[in-house]
Design a protein around this ligand. Sequence first.
Ligand SMILES: Nc1ncnc2c1ncn2[C@@H]1O[C@H](COP(=O)(O)OP(=O)(O)OP(=O)(O)O)[C@@H](O)[C@H]1O
Length: 373
Amino acid sequence: MASPSPLSDLIDPGAATVAPRPAVRMTDIRHRFDDLIAVDDVSLDVSPGEVVCLLGPSGCGKTTLLRIAAGLEDVQHGRVQLDGDLVAEAGRRGVPPEKRSVGLMFQDSALFPHLTVLENVVFGLGSLPLADRGRRGHELLEQLRMGQYAHAYPHVLSGGQQQRVALARALAPAPRLMLLDEPFSALDARLRDQIRDDTLHALKSSGAGTLLVTHDPEEAMFMADRIAIMRDGRILQIGHPVDLYCRPADPFVVTFFGDVNRFEGVVERGEVLTPVGRVEATGLQDGTLAQVLVRPEALRVVVVGEPGTHDRTHVIMSRLLGRTSLTHLCVHDDSGREYHLHSRMPGVFLPEENQPVELHLDRSQIFVFPAGA
Ligand SMILES: Nc1ncnc2c1ncn2[C@@H]1O[C@H](COP(=O)(O)OP(=O)(O)OP(=O)(O)O)[C@@H](O)[C@H]1O
């Protein structure tokens, strides 16, 4: 009997070495509006099937970058390739947006009011036979839980339903790239969570690469395979959400993901002394003035003794925020200087005012940088 062929025989060595062409590749993009540099030397790839979020504060250049990918802004410097094809380069006329195989979705769904939901979804499918258009439209509406509204007009739909239709319309022509600009920001929180979830699954099953603009770090973490965090037109760090959250390259990256407790101190024997204890200052020389950023979840509060008998570290107040509880703490350093710190604990943890406590540190959520970085 012939022995079974090894698994490696099934692998095409050529296929293993050819990386898929990026859905979009933006190279050396710089963009000015008069004197203002809106995008400053950005290069970025999005792979097919990958969701990349552009995250950053208002005005950092996210939308401009997205509009350049879409062809809605000319390329002033650098170039844009879609699925390996050069579509725009500085000094040359680019491929117009409607010829780029790109699906667009914005904060405002911008549906055609005089067309039904189904007609809106199939609007861009003119080249397909009528029956195929209808099949594709119904399939997407079912996937986005809008099947029952196929023959309704947009004005009877809620904002969230309109966004589902806008997503179906953008996905209908099976674009190679989806560009989404703050698509959920006009929706209330509960609705937003459901739509985000459905959008993520629809994007993933489409196989398109996605570039999504948001200023909301939680949304970026929910949606993204990779996050590019931007400030002043530049990408400060790009990577898996865990890389950005747990291995931030810059203090701005730490603070953009939420509230932090901040201290300064001089590095001595590789450590900085803070009011919550000594912290390792990896990579900083002795004598360097350092800033220490301590996430509230890095401070684990342990109740000790009776309320009212506090000496140094004690509770000022505590609040339930839902999935976590926030404790405001009064902490003193060795010289007696007082600090007001925040601790975040999972679940319901509501120690009384004046309760003495001890703090245990989760060092994985404490970050040290040179002061002024
Ligand atoms: N058409 C324009 N003309 C002049 N300045 C512009 C134009 N579009 C954007 N800008 C400016 O360029 C900078 C980047 O804007 P952009 O919209 O890309 O930022 P953003 O990060 O998307 O911000 P937001 O989240 O507020 O939309 C901002 O300072 C903005 O005011």
